[in-house]
Design a protein around this ligand. Structure first.
Ligand code: AMP
Length: 113
C-alpha cells in the first residue's frame, strides 16, 4: 500500500535504521524509542493489525515471532525483553500495518498503561 509508511519502509522507499530483513519480514529501530532498545518487527505483506490476520498467515506469524527472538538476541536484550502489539486505535495503534514492538534495556513496569 503506497500510503502505508511501513509498506514504504519494507519496500526501501522510505528510510529506516534496519537491523535485518529477509523475504518475509523487516526489523528496524522505532523512530521514537520508548526504551533504550525499541525495535519494530513487521511483515513485508500489508496486514493492518493482528485482528486482521488469519489462517493464511499461520507460517508468517511464526516467522515474525522468531524474528522477535532474533531481534532481541542481536540487540543484546534476549535475557529480558517485552513484545507488544497494539491492535486497534483504542489500544494505542497508530500505524495500521501489523508490527511487534520489541522493548528492552531497562526495567519494565507491569501492568502496562
Ligand atoms: P503503534 O502506535 O503501536 O501503531 O506503533 C507505531 C510505532 O511506529 C510508534 O512507536 C512510532 O514511533 C513508530 N514509527 C512511526 N513511523 C515510523 C518510522 N517512519 N520509522 C520508524 N518508526 C516509526
Amino acid at each position: 500500500m503506497s500510503d502505508c509508511v511501513f509498506c514504504r519502509i519494507a519496500n526501501h522507499q522510505a528510510p529506516a535504521r534496519v537491523l535485518f530483513e529477509d523475504d518475509h519480514l523487516m526489523v528496524f529501530h522505532d523512530i521514537a524509542p520508548r526504551a533504550p532498545v525499541h525495535l519494530l518487527v513487521i511483515p513485508k505483506e500489508h496486514i493492518p493489525s493482528l485482528a486482521e490476520a488469519s489462517r493464511e498467515h499461520l507460517e508468517l506469524l511464526g516467522r515474525l515471532l522468531l524474528g522477535v527472538q532474533r531481534a532481541a538476541r542481536e540487540a543484546g536484550i534476549a535475557h529480558a525483553f517485552r513484545v507488544v502489539t497494539n491492535s486497534g486505535e483504542g489500544a494505542g495503534q497508530s500505524v495500521f500495518h501489523l508490527h511487534f514492538h520489541v522493548l528492552g534495556g531497562r526495567r519494565m513496569a507491569w501492568p502496562p498503561g
